[in-house]
Design a protein. Structure first.
Lengths: 348, 348
DNA sequence: TTGAAAGCGATACCAC
DNA sequence: GTGGTATCGCTTTCAA
């Protein structure tokens, strides 16, 4: 009844009140004033629910992250929001850690118009051929950690996890390390897989035989055991490549507690360069992906999927490292090696 | 046209299709089957936009946080979501760091029915008498950092920042420290103010004359200068109480770099017990507020504000420490002192 | 430049 | 148990 009320007070039709908000310059100055007065008088706000309903869209982009509180997202969501707002979308964040996020979930969310589009930073469980086809149709952009190999390049906007890991491992190799182990969370996703592959390939390219990947469970409960295992079965180990900073940050004190000096006896390398990586003792060497730089492209891509007429020519947006021929796009900087004091020359 | 389509296919009225979802047990078995088949056949999902519109509510609770990526929220949003979902609400998160969140913003968000209720963990800028009255009417629950003194107890669900800080400072005092400085972020909010007050009161109660509060700007740029200042103007300083862990984590390496051993020469105490507090070297002593424990009460309170008939008797929910007569509620545990290795006896 | 009116899709009341 | 239908508040032709 609200727009009606305002119309009544202003002595105009509801259409005019509607125009007051959507196309104010169509109104005659005098009419505009009358409506404005009425609107102010009752402090009228158009009912978003009704607007959304009528327009058939919610004006909402939802960013799905595994868990809030992960410092990785810090700048990314910020950049996403700024870009999206410029295009008239509001951005809200959904945590996926408490509910298994399935293809069906995305489908429902979008079909029922809860959100106009999704930016997903969580791994998607099983993507078989059928679900893949479904996802293809949906306005979703997958980033970081999606099962990109099941998705086309217009679906997935990736980061060069593979090459970054390759480079990080190569850095350790260049420091003279010959026995490097890799530690990954047990709950593995595609980003982690790519990083592990980067590590493996670096080891192989260097013709080392001691390639070793260990998996830590979510709660860093088994990390002490894991570490013990490393040094008992691979006593020659002089470097650890952790596929994320959290693992590295967890493991560094454990190394020290076990009597292994960092970096004198053992070098530790992280991944992501979270805010806390520079605060460890010694500060953590790590790699940083240009997460916030891809925000613009992500929104662009998403908009073109929400409204296919939006931008007919979607430019090439594949920044993944599926194969050796793929390279980083020049449009935004590639990964960056951040060298601090947790890595050093291998002890002789 | 969708419910209509399903009704057509099933050969029933739209009312029946509607009931299929809302009150399925009202349908005759045979009718139920027919509708079910039709629904499955076209993979029909009720349009949430239409439902929300018709029902006049969005079924959404939005948690407003200053910035995602802050580990404080990690468990809290989780707990909020679980509780809210049990009551039929979905929970999304809104970052406030990019847009100044004003009273008007909240008002619009709720009036326009974007969300049914808000849980706010950001400070609210200026709350004068008028805005206070407005907020009183709105389905908002303020937590942690709100200007609680401007709000009534049915509005604000607080944490005992004051007493936790008092206790933390008293712990330093009990270790023999007589010259304790306090460092707070420059962008101060009520939670920080309460903590600072807790610190001050502890100092006063101990009859120390050297009470000193310093403010670090958001980017920890001036922290080195601040620290230098501490030791030049207060060379007797043997302990630092930081009003949040981030400050403590930032300052610890700086102390060490400046040649002050932690905790031998200087003790450092944090606040919040974020995930990374235990990873510093030495591990950080801190205090932890029962943030995730209040999730249930927060949702309860919010629901009673969304629908006043929901729970006529709102039980006493004031857990703040406005005055000395207020005490922690027995319903959830109070703060907890987490003692690690960054605090030790004052050097003699 | 403005108004009248047809819906958007679902809900719920009132009949039968 | 089921169907008909008014209605939620707004947007958007189409006419005037």
């Amino acid at each position: 009844m609200s727009i009606k009320k305002v119309a009544e007070i202003a002595g105009v039709s509801i259409a005019t009140v509607s125009r007051f908000f959507s196309k104010p310059n169509l109104l005659k100055q005098a009419t505009y004033e009358r409506v404005k007065n009425a609107v102010d008088a009752v402090n009228y706000k158009p009912n978003t629910l009704a607007q959304n309903f009528r327009r058939g869209k919610s004006g909402l982009i939802i960013v799905v992250v595994y868990r809030i509180g992960n410092p990785i997202y810090e700048n990314f969501t910020h950049a996403i929001t700024t870009t999206a707002q410029a295009k008239g979308y509001d951005v809200l964040i959904k945590e996926s850690s408490q509910a298994p996020v399935t293809v069906k979930y995305y489908q429902d969310m979008l079909n029922s118009k809860q959100a106009d589009g999704l930016i997903v930073m969580t791994d998607m469980p099983q993507a078989n051929r059928k679900t893949q086809e479904i996802l293809q149709q949906l306005p979703i952009v997958f980033i970081e950690g999606a099962n990109h190999k099941d998705l086309s390049s217009t679906q997935y906007l990736g980061l060069d996890n593979y090459r970054a890991a390759l480079k990080a491992t190569n850095h350790l190799i260049s420091l003279g390390h010959k026995h490097i182990v890799c530690i990954s969370p047990e709950a593995i996703n595609t980003a982690y897989m790519q990083r592990i592959k980067g590590y493996s390939d670096a080891i192989k390219q260097a013709n080392f035989k001691t390639e070793k990947v260990l998996y830590a469970c979510q709660q860093p409960c088994n990390l002490p055991i894991l570490l013990e295992q490393v040094f008992s079965t691979h006593p020659a180990t002089t470097a650890i490549f952790c596929v994320d900073d959290d693992i590295a940050i967890d493991i560094m004190p454990l190394c020290k507690a076990a009597g292994h000096q960092v970096p004198n006896n053992i070098s530790i390398m992280g991944f992501n360069n979270i805010r806390y990586a520079s605060k460890t003792s010694p500060p953590l060497s790590t790699v940083e992906l240009p997460l916030s730089d891809i925000a613009h492209d992500a929104i662009q891509l998403l908009c073109s999927k929400i409204d296919p007429t939006y931008e007919p020519s979607v430019k090439q947006l594949d920044h993944t490292a599926n194969s050796s021929r793929t390279s980083n796009s020049p449009s935004y900087p590639p990964f960056q090696l951040i060298l601090r004091a947790s890595t050093a020359k291998a002890p002789s």
